[in-house]
Structures are given as structure tokens and as C-alpha cells.
Design a protein around this ligand. Structure first.
Ligand code: SAM
Length: 444
């Protein structure tokens, strides 16, 4: 069985020689494996992701020395090994980077962290789906930079992922030069030290971060309810079915304290429809804020799922429940009015139309959202983002054929861009992935 060292660079695309050598695997058997993966992790790997699943299966067949997919399936179903866990590790996408979305970190620096600094209460941030550690370390660096640890205030970053391999790499906290290329030189100098060819996160940063294995579809949370000030759950739920996303978002909301913030990934903005979360805008980004407890009681119960409970981490490592004053944040309605004023003042600003479209979409003002995104398209006919937003809007309003058309146009435009090209806070590669997933899920 392969237990090779996993580094952030060793993406699951790794050794695919075997995958390329043979013909296609029987679809019916791949579908059975896909179901097992989904039941275990929530990852829906049909459609375009099916190829990644097939490659993962082939690599695991090779690593386990099984004779083929039938024997491998029997191994998976035998429950006598943790092979399903290993398969998940082989097929999940660990792509991540330090300070991935600049707008998110700006809003943390300028609004959220200063608001937490006004009391001495402990602070807890949670990176759910932390992959190889870049996201939680970025959060820790942001806290240190904001002076949040001054005066001995406890600051903890809880970092969880389903993949033990990714967590092992995260705990090592060593990254190649390439992984740090987007990091401002001042942060690199202050928070990293050279280790031969690699850069190691300094102890001061590491001391704030606790890594734990946690599967987001498990019913238990790795932090007590109402204790998390800031929760990043980015680019994980994009691989889950929408009905599951709603349930998980509702559960994540219970971990947040009142007024705490949930940062979804860029392409997940406007996905969560959870009564305990209100959408707010902070600077250039759209996020969710936990509404106060009264509304909490009205929220429908989160559906229980037949999963075994996970072991809770050492409670000493977790923060006490805290009640902090909510920072001032524009509510969705205020933000909408502001966005309307912005397009009136600058009718040729594509950013202003995009923002208005997103806010209208969140407020379920579908017609206005469509007009705003069409205006964006008029101003920037080659913008994959405009097609993507329109596709998402059509998809959630049941206009599947139109949604497919827009996603397909976005996909075409994105294919012509380098995967790392920045696009409004995400990379072209990430958006391409989201388009392909949406295309497979809106399939005819
Ligand atoms: C693309 S990475 C995202 C990393 C980081 N959040 C970011 O946005 O840069 C997705 C991560 O989600 C993890 N993941 C997938 N399914 C999960 C689950 N059911 N529970 C917890 N983590 C999961 C994967 O192992 C992977 O490390």
C-alpha cells in the first residue's frame, strides 16, 4: 500500500501512468465506487469529475495490488481497511494557496479582526477543508499581524480536513518557493524561515493552529456551538450536491457565535440559504453573518445523518464561548441600496454591475439580477465571470438549458486562460472547475 510522503506539490494528478495505459473502467462499477465516495465524504464525483475518480481508482488498484476494479470494489466494501479514506485522499482536489482571496483577507484585516481586538475574549477562527495548511496559516498570520495575540489573549485557529495526508503536510508546514510566490515579501520575511530549498512556517504562527481530521458530513462539529468568530469554508462544498450544501451550511452556522462570519469560496457566494445566516458585504466581498439567537430558535433542525460520531478534540485546545460586540457591517438591504447608487454614479463600471447582480441574486430579485449581469456582459463581452454568474442565476431559477449555455460559454473563455490567471478574487482554473461541475450537474 502506498504511504509515500505527501507534499503540497504532490497533487492527486501524480502518477497516472497506469491510468493512461488501460482502457476505460466499466461505468457501472465506477458508479458504485462513486456512490461509496459520496456517502462517506459528500463528494459528488460524477460527470466531469468522473475522470479524476477513474484515475484515482486506477492508482489505488495499483497501490493495493488488487487485480482490477471488481476486486478493488470488494476491498472497499469489506470495511476491513481504511481504503475508502485512501481513495478519498487520492481523488480530492487539494488546490490552495496562501491568502487565496485578497478581498477576504482585506475585510478580515480592516473590519473583522479589529472588531475582535476590542475585548480580551479568546478568539477562534476555523478553516474547514484546510487542505495542506496554507489557509489556516494565512489566518494565523493575519491575526498576528493585527496584534490580536497582544496581552496574552488566546487566539486559536482550528484547521480541519477529511484528508489525513493533507493534514500531515499541513502539520509539517514547509512549502516550496513556488507556493509562496503570491505572499508579500514582508510577510515571508516575518513569518517563514528558510529550510534548504523550502520555507518553513515559524513557530509563532504554528503555535496558533490546531490541525484535526474532521469530515464535514459528520453530524458532530469539531468546535463547541457558538464559539467560532470566523469560519472559512472555501472550495470544499463546491463538490457537494446543493441539497447537502444547505444542510452542512446550517450545521456550520451553529458553530459560529452570534455576529460571527462565514466566508464561503468565491464561486459559492449566494449558495447558502440558511435562516441563521444573513448575507452581508464587507468591502469587496460577500459573506454571511450569524444572526442572533432568537432567529436561531426558528431555524429548522439540521437533518441528522447516519454517520458515526467523531472523537472530539481535547477541549483544552478549544476556545471558551465568547460574546463579542458585533462589528458594524452593512446589512444586505443597505448594501443593495449602495450598489444601486454605485451603478447610477458609474454606469460603465463592470465591478459595480457585478456587485449589484450578486446582491440582487442573494435577495432573490431575479429579474434585476439578470439585468445587472447582462449589463456586465454588455460592458465586458469576454468576461467568463459574467457568463458564470448568469449561469448560476439561471440554474437556481430552474432555467437549466440557459444555465448550461452560459456555463459552456464561460468554460470556453476560461479554457483560453492560464489556470493561475486571477479573476475577481479567484483563479481561472478554479472557476473552470466550478463551471465543469455545474455543467455536469445541470446535464440534460
Ligand atoms: C480545494 S481544497 C480547499 C482548500 C482551502 N479551503 C482553499 O480554499 O484554498 C478542498 C479540501 O477539502 C477537503 N474535503 C473534501 N471533502 C471533505 C469533507 N467531507 N470534509 C472535510 N474536508 C473535505 C479536501 O480534502 C481538500 O483538502
Amino acid at each position: 500500500m502506498s504511504t509515500g510522503r505527501f507534499t503540497p506539490e504532490a497533487l492527486p494528478g501524480g502518477s497516472q501512468t497506469a491510468a493512461r495505459r488501460d482502457g476505460p473502467l466499466p461505468r457501472a462499477l465506477v458508479a458504485v465506487v462513486s456512490n461509496l465516495v459520496e456517502q462517506y465524504s459528500g463528494l459528488s464525483l460524477g460527470g466531469v469529475h468522473g475522470r479524476g475518480l477513474e484515475q484515482g481508482i486506477r492508482r489505488r488498484i495499483q497501490a493495493t495490488g488488487t487485480a482490477g476494479i471488481r476486486e478493488y470494489l470488494a476491498l472497499l466494501q469489506s470495511h476491513q481497511t481504511d481504503e475508502l479514506q485512501r481513495l478519498i485522499e487520492a481523488v480530492t482536489n487539494p488546490e490552495t494557496t496562501f491568502f487565496r482571496n485578497r478581498a477576504h483577507f482585506r475585510s478580515l484585516r480592516e473590519v473583522v479582526l479589529p472588531s475582535l481586538a476590542v475585548t480580551d475574549a479568546p478568539v477562534c477562527l476555523w478553516s474547514a477543508g484546510c487542505s495542506t495548511g496554507e489557509e489556516p496559516y494565512s489566518l494565523a498570520i493575519a491575526c498576528l499581524d493585527a496584534g490580536l495575540t497582544h496581552g496574552g489573549r488566546p487566539v486559536s485557529i482550528l484547521a480541519t480536513d477529511i484528508s489525513r495526508l493533507a493534514l500531515d503536510a499541513a502539520r509539517r508546514g514547509e512549502y516550496s518557493e513556488r507556493r509562496l510566490q503570491h505572499l508579500p515579501p514582508s510577510l515571508r520575511a516575518r513569518y517563514f524561515e528558510r529550510r534548504g530549498e523550502r520555507w518553513r512556517v515559524r513557530d509563532e504562527v504554528r503555535a496558533l493552529v490546531t490541525f484535526l481530521r474532521h469530515n464535514l458530513i459528520e453530524p458532530d462539529l469539531p468546535a463547541p456551538a457558538g464559539t467560532v468568530d470566523v469560519l472559512f469554508c472555501q472550495n470544499v462544498l463546491i463538490y457537494f450536491r446543493p441539497e447537502l450544501v444547505g444542510r452542512i451550511a446550517a450545521r456550520l452556522a451553529t458553530a459560529l457565535r452570534d455576529g460571527g462570519y462565514l466566508y464561503p469560496g468565491f464561486s459559492e457566494t449566494a449558495w447558502y440559504r440558511v435562516p441563521t445566516l444573513e448575507s452581508v458585504r464587507l468591502g469587496d466581498c460577500f459573506l454571511y453573518r450569524k444572526v442572533p439567537a432568537a432567529a436561531d430558535r426558528e431555524a429548522p433542525a439540521v437533518e441528522p445523518e447516519p454517520r458515526p460520531p467523531i472523537r472530539r478534540p481535547d477541549s483544552a485546545a478549544l476556545p471558551r464561548a465568547v460574546t463579542l460586540p458585533s462589528p458594524p457591517a452593512p446589512r444586505a438591504g443597505d448594501a443593495l441600496a449602495e450598489a444601486e447608487r454605485a451603478v447610477a454614479a458609474e454606469p460603465l463600471s463592470s465591478e459595480a454591475w457585478e456587485r449589484l447582480g450578486l446582491l440582487c441574486r442573494q435577495a432573490r430579485r431575479t429579474g434585476e439580477a439578470e439585468s445587472a449581469f447582462r449589463r456586465l456582459l454588455y460592458l465586458r463581452p469576454d468576461s467568463p465571470l459574467a457568463h458564470f454568474h448568469l449561469g448560476a442565476l439561471f440554474r437556481e431559477t430552474g432555467r437549466a438549458a440557459e444555465a448550461r449555455r452560459e456555463y459552456a460559454k464561460a468554460e470556453r473563455l476560461l479554457r483560453a486562460l492560464p489556470p493561475g490567471a486571477p479573476l475577481g478574487g479567484v483563479t481561472a482554473g478554479l472557476l473552470l472547475d466550478a463551471c465543469r461541475r455545474a455543467l455536469s450537474q445541470t446535464g440534460e
